[in-house]
Design a protein around this ligand. Structure first.
Ligand SMILES: C[S@@+](CC[C@H](N)C(=O)[O-])C[C@H]1O[C@@H](n2cnc3c(N)ncnc32)[C@H](O)[C@@H]1O
Length: 324
């Protein structure tokens, strides 16, 4: 009997995470009828805390979003007011609550082959690189971006060479990382991919998982998911990468934070390596270590070694008040 190539019982494997459909939704007008008092002082405190812990600069118009996402934490903890919740957060130093607070305030919008023009550039680039290729996806969200990178590596290098390749997928948000690790998606999220990609890289869910797909084990095996906060001073990465993807996360950081992140990226890029940025992110005025190659792809400047020291000194000077 002929069986569809991407229909298999493997899709039934358990997952650790469930999608959080509410994450991408804007605040609803109905949220004006609030369960909890939410003052300007509360919002100012939240902004200060999330900037300190994740580098995220929350703009004024995120006020309703902050309320609705954190109100769930108050309900979960049985707490009556934002002031009490924020006091608890600051005084208890409870890592689990800090994690929940951070997870609640991140924006995780992503998609397979988002900003598609980058992937042929990556394919072309890795095909000419010597040795095993390694790519770091530094704001991986729910996994669509690192899986798109891994698919591109397989297509560009062939199955055998791609087995030597690796993708490190990191994010600050532990909930999205769990979703990425599980590698299960709604069929709607992949329906725009070619039949060839669907057959080669995904398994189709059956039974309880009908309407879902799961990435094939060989694709999953190329990726290591880990939590990493880009605003940490030391990333503890003892390796260099042929390419770093840092797309659509710097927009949430202010310029000093962007400068610090880029100065930490610089020694992590192999000579001749590339840095991929999001469509609305421009690093030209933030760093001298990278220059624009075109199409929001950056490369190390030739004198990066010389500018490294100067830039580090400058960015450390700019860090005051922004814990890393
Ligand atoms: C809008 S998503 C972008 C996802 C993907 N890079 C893309 O372009 O489709 C931004 C991601 O950055 C992550 N993020 C925010 N602050 C971060 C930080 N300080 N360190 C690491 N990741 C962070 C969020 O959790 C979120 O998953």
């Amino acid at each position: 009997m002929r069986r569809s190539l991407w229909q298999t019982e493997n899709i039934m494997m358990a997952t650790r995470a469930q999608p959080r459909p509410e994450r991408a939704e804007p605040a609803k007008p109905g949220e004006q009828a609030r369960d909890f008092e939410f003052t300007s002082a509360d919002f100012a405190r939240i902004r200060e805390l999330i900037h300190r812990s994740a580098g995220i600069s929350l703009s004024d118009h995120k006020r309703d979003m902050a309320y609705s996402r954190l109100a769930r934490r108050l309900r979960a903890r049985g707490i009556d007011s934002f002031r009490q919740y924020l006091d608890l957060l600051e005084s208890d130093n409870d890592p689990a609550e800090w994690e929940a607070f951070t997870n609640a305030l991140t924006t995780n919008l992503t998609a397979f082959f988002r900003e598609a023009h980058h992937f042929p550039i990556l394919a072309d680039f890795v095909a000419r690189r010597p040795g095993p290729v390694s790519v770091w996806c530094s704001a991986a969200s729910t996994g669509e971006e690192p899986y798109s990178i891994a698919m591109t590596l397989i297509e560009a290098l062939g199955d055998q060479a791609a087995r030597q390749a690796s993708v490190l997928a990191t994010d600050i948000d532990t909930q999205v990382l769990a979703k990425g690790e599980a590698g299960m998606y709604q069929f709607d999220q992949v329906k725009h991919l070619s039949q060839e990609r669907l057959k080669r890289f995904f398994l189709k869910g059956t039974g309880a998982h009908a309407g879902m797909v799961k990435v094939r084990p060989e694709l999953r095996a190329m990726i290591r998911f880990e939590q990493l906060n880009l605003t940490e001073r030391d990333y503890r990465l003892n390796t260099q990468f042929d390419a770093i993807f840092c797309r659509n996360v710097m927009i949430y950081f202010d310029k000093p934070t962007q400068g610090q992140v880029l100065s930490r990226f610089e020694p992590l890029v192999k000579p001749g390596g590339l840095l991929f940025a999001g469509h609305s992110e421009n690093f030209t005025y933030v760093t001298q270590a990278f220059r624009l190659r075109g199409q929001t792809v950056y490369e190390l400047t030739r004198d990066a070694g010389a500018t490294r020291t100067a830039h580090r000194a400058a960015s450390h000077g700019a860090t005051s008040g922004v814990p890393a």
